[in-house]
Design a protein around this ligand. Structure first.
Ligand SMILES: Nc1ncnc2c1ncn2[C@@H]1O[C@H](COP(=O)(O)OP(=O)(O)OP(=O)(O)O)[C@@H](O)[C@H]1O
Ligand SMILES: [Mg+2]
Length: 254
């Protein structure tokens, strides 16, 4: 076989990681006269690296996250009252193994969604199956679906290791169907000991009002909070800081 034929055979065998670096590895082996096993090991590593990267990318895509958020660029000085160590504790992902939940509640623009997305992204990197939902939008979609569509959405939201419900009750009242699916998700995941992270800028005392049913709110919160990290985000909005910075640098302002 010549090089082109070997490359074709590698692709047929779905060894695209080896195929991609083959010509470089051949040159490297010739230049350094390294033992065959060393070259072979490097080629296998190329294949493993590529498979791991693709798997991670697939997991990220399936998660529904729209950005790869991390805590690395988070400014902890901006709102000094944030529960920093609880945030990092969550970021260790131990709560997923324990089947525990997290409830992140507090003022707008303080970084609740940022934290939830960073934890969700970290979980995809750690190999967990994750679903991130902008709660109101997805529950709205659920409410509009027919029975079959609703069934498959509910299944999709019960199955993953971690479910993130971001910005719950952003639009205050949610529809009856949305409330029902929230209850179904929480009840079923509770039984299966699968973690949920919820972010909301509405205090839990008001959830009954937004669900239109106080008893339902109690049964949901009861299960959600049974094994749960409670994080309160007090402080000022980072969005306002960013908006102020934009005004300060725009020419119209000067
Ligand atoms: N301390 C911070 N350092 C850096 N960026 C921050 C910080 N706090 C918030 N942000 C950024 O500000 C924006 C708003 O934050 P985020 O969406 O997380 O707020 P939130 O608490 O979820 O607000 P809401 O209750 O309105 O949903 C995001 O782009 C986020 O990355
Ligand atoms: Mg948010």
């Amino acid at each position: 076989m010549n090089l082109a034929e070997i490359e074709r055979a590698l692709r047929e065998l779905r060894l695209s990681g080896i195929a991609e670096t083959l010509s470089t590895r051949v040159m490297q082996a010739q230049a350094s006269q390294e033992p065959f096993l060393e070259t072979f090991a490097a080629m296998l590593q190329d294949e493993l690296d590529r498979r791991r990267t693709r798997l991670m990318e697939r997991r990220y895509k399936r998660s529904g996250l729209d950005e790869k958020v991390t805590l690395a660029d988070f400014d902890w000085r901006f709102n000094p009252k944030l529960p920093r160590s609880a945030c990092f504790e969550l970021h260790t992902l131990k709560f997923i193994a324990e089947g525990a939940n997290a409830l992140i509640v507090g003022k707008p623009g303080t970084g609740k969604s940022h934290l939830a997305k960073a934890v969700a992204y970290q979980a995809t990197l750690a190999g967990h199956d994750v679903r991130y939902l902008e709660a109101d939008t997805e529950f709205g979609r659920y409410a509009l679906g027919n029975a079959t569509e609703r069934g498959s959405l509910l299944k999709e939201w019960v199955q993953p290791d971690l479910l993130v419900l971001d910005d719950l009750f952003l639009a205050r009242r949610i529809s009856e169907h949305a409330a029902e699916v929230l209850q179904a998700i929480v009840h079923q995941r509770y039984k299966l000991r699968r973690s949920i992270v919820v972010t909301s800028n509405r205090v839990v005392q008001d959830w009954g009002k937004y669900l239109g049913d106080a008893t339902m709110a109690t049964t949901i919160l009861d299960r959600l909070m049974h094994r749960c990290a409670m994080l309160e985000f007090e402080g000022k909005s980072y969005r306002l800081k960013e908006a102020a910075a934009r005004i300060a640098i725009s020419p119209e302002a000067s």
